[in-house]
Ligand binder design. Sequence first.
Ligand code: DHB
Ligand code: MG
Length: 224
Amino acid sequence: MYQSDEAWREVDAYFAGALVPEDRALREARESGGLTTMPQAEVAPNQGKLLAMLCRIAGAVRVLEFGTLAGYSTIWLARAVGDGGHVTSLELEERNAAIARENLERAGVADRVDILVGPAADSARRLAEDGRGPYDFVFIDADKPGNPAYLKASLELTRPGSVIVIDNVVRNGAVTDPDSPDERVQGVRRVLADIAHDARLEATALQTVGSKGWDGFVVIRRSR
Ligand code: DHB
Ligand code: MG
């Protein structure tokens, strides 16, 4: 259970109720997150819709996701790209991928999503070798120590104008501790430094509160 102020939850529930209707497929996908290896790591409904809206604002048709889990964000992304679009989602655990496949089927988007099972860095390298991409939108939401490698891979698989979003960059405020022994925190700090030193990238970071506690996103635009 994430520590989360009751009021944050209530506001998230209110916003979701007002603006983010979920159909049965989305609801069941979110609930099935509890059966994965990382219960409660799925994005919140209003966050899923934010990802979908960023895709649509960016005109994204080809999307790459690091970390499928139960496929909840994958459904949002797949619906955002529409009929002619495509999502490639990278997942370490076959058990999670099996849950996600069922959810994608129920959501009616299984035909526009490929889930590649295995270490995401390996899958991404294979995509690059196979000349796949460029992807218009990338969502990085897998293991946090892997963030620097996933950003690097994303830069081989995107184009000027592509948008990259990284989840979970606050971790209850721990991100500000340069001496944190938590490898997840170091993975976030390292990727932020990499972004800052890359002249191709413009980026900002936002902290969020809500049903997932105190956390946040990085949003990146690749300018060249
Ligand atoms: C964790 C991972 C996530 O992707 C998330 O959204 C929340 C938590 C985790 O590693 O604990
Ligand atoms: Mg996440």
